[in-house]
Write a protein that binds this ligand. Structure first.
Ligand SMILES: Cc1ncc(C[n+]2csc(CCOP(=O)(O)OP(=O)(O)O)c2C)c(N)n1
Ligand SMILES: [Mg+2]
Length: 371
């Protein structure tokens, strides 16, 4: 047998223990006021609520699919709140918490998963690219964009930085590794934010790598760091630091946010077929929201009125999300041909005409009680 159990447990940057006890880290000092800390808690609660509602809406037939972020809220809110408005983020398909931080409305995400929009938001307006389903490809998009930022001469103290989100499974993709190398040799201002949620659908982490993921960076010649992905304060501090390094011309960083996918891969998946309940219970004790609540309470940073207010806000948001989802109008079926090419195209025109005839055939049939 091989020696794949011989690795030492790597160090994890953690500011907040699962019990909510704060300890400073010498390399990642956190400059944050109580208002911001409460804001992070609010973000965590609200994005979890949007996610819960979306899963329920899918079960009720209102969405075609949903990829839940349950368990990964801290990784996404911590890194998302580290971004400045002029930074650019390249997400995968699970970054609802980052989307929230970038000012994307939940309905814009839901519209895509309902199949009524082609993406739903303007990437430039929000500094948040469209969701990307092709695993790892956004690591290349981010690197190319970062090289563009560099060529625009926007690197420097006030320059923009770029962040790319992907999962543990994506680190096995060629695109991701090519992106690492391009970013390294060009010293591109990009942060690679890997949410290691331990699973790539039904493939466990040990099928992706023989070394801890953050160590991959050293082979490409840039720093890698593992952060507690369920600790929103640590994720904020580590991502801020990496973005600042990128801005200042020090090139890329790989952040491995060590976390866990508490839900199914998507609503199409049944994780009970491939993982054990004990694993889930172990991670429930590391829940990102519970530890922030414990911290706020222990330090006297928030009172009962605050928690009650967040709860009320969460209920209102849930109601709004459900209403907005159910009342979305369907697009014209012919719209799908409109944005394939920028210029008119004979093949697309022919397909549109054929499809229009096909749709018209239902109307012509004159069936009683028809459409
Ligand atoms: C290039 C490519 N190959 C395969 C797939 C099918 N696929 C969808 S999600 C997924 C697993 C991704 O796992 P990970 O990168 O860990 O992200 P997570 O879903 O856990 O957030 C795969 C293989 C795909 N979408 N794109
Ligand atoms: Mg994964």
């Amino acid at each position: 047998m091989s020696d794949n159990t011989a690795h030492e447990e790597p160090e994890l940057v953690q500011l907040l223990t699962p019990e909510g006890v704060f300890t400073e880290h010498p390399d990642y000092p956190l400059d944050i006021d109580p208002e911001e800390v409460r804001g992070l808690y609010r973000d965590l609660v609200l994005v979890r609520r949007v996610d819960q509602e979306a899963v329920a809406l899918q079960r009720q037939g209102e969405l075609g699919l949903w990829a839940s972020l349950l368990g990964q809220e801290a990784a996404q809110i911590g890194s998302g709140r580290a971004l400045r408005p002029d930074d650019m983020a390249f997400p995968s398909y699970r970054e609802h918490g980052v989307a929230w931080c970038r000012g994307i409305q939940p309905r814009e995400l839901l519209g895509m998963f309902r199949g009524v929009t082609n993406g739903g938001w303007d990437p430039n307006e929000h500094g948040f690219h469209l969701y990307t389903i092709v695993i790892g490809s956004q690591a290349l998009h981010a690197t190319g964009y970062a090289m563009g930022v560099q060529r625009d001469g926007s690197v420097g103290e006030n320059g923009s930085a770029v962040i790319s989100y992907f999962g543990d499974g994506a680190t096995s993709q060629g695109d991701t590794n090519e992106a690492f190398n391009f970013a390294a040799v060009n010293n591109a201002p990009v942060v690679f934010f890997c949410q290691n949620n331990q699973w790539a659908i039904s493939e466990p982490l040990e099928r992706q790598s023989r070394v801890p993921l953050y160590k991959r960076a050293s082979g490409f010649g840039f720093p890698g760091v593992r952060v507690d992905g369920n600790d929103v304060l640590a994720c904020l501090a580590v991502t801020r630091s990496a973005l600042n390094n990128a801005r200042e011309g020090q090139g890329p960083t790989l952040i491995e946010a060590f976390t866990y996918r508490m839900g199914a891969h998507t609503t199409n998946d049944d994780p009970s077929r491939y993982r054990v309940a004990a694993e889930l219970e172990e991670w429930e004790r590391k829940d990102p929201i519970l530890r922030m609540r414990a911290y706020l309470e222990n330090e006297g940073l928030a009172d009962d009125a605050f928690f009650a207010q967040v709860e009320t806000e969460s209920d209102r948001l849930a109601e709004r999300v459900r209403h907005e989802c159910r009342t979305m109008s369907d697009p014209d079926p012919l719209d799908i041909f409109a944005e394939v090419y920028a210029e008119p195209n004979v093949h697309i025109d022919r397909q549109r005409a054929e499809f229009a005839d096909y749709l018209a055939s239902f109307e012509d049939s004159g069936a009683e009680g028809g459409r």
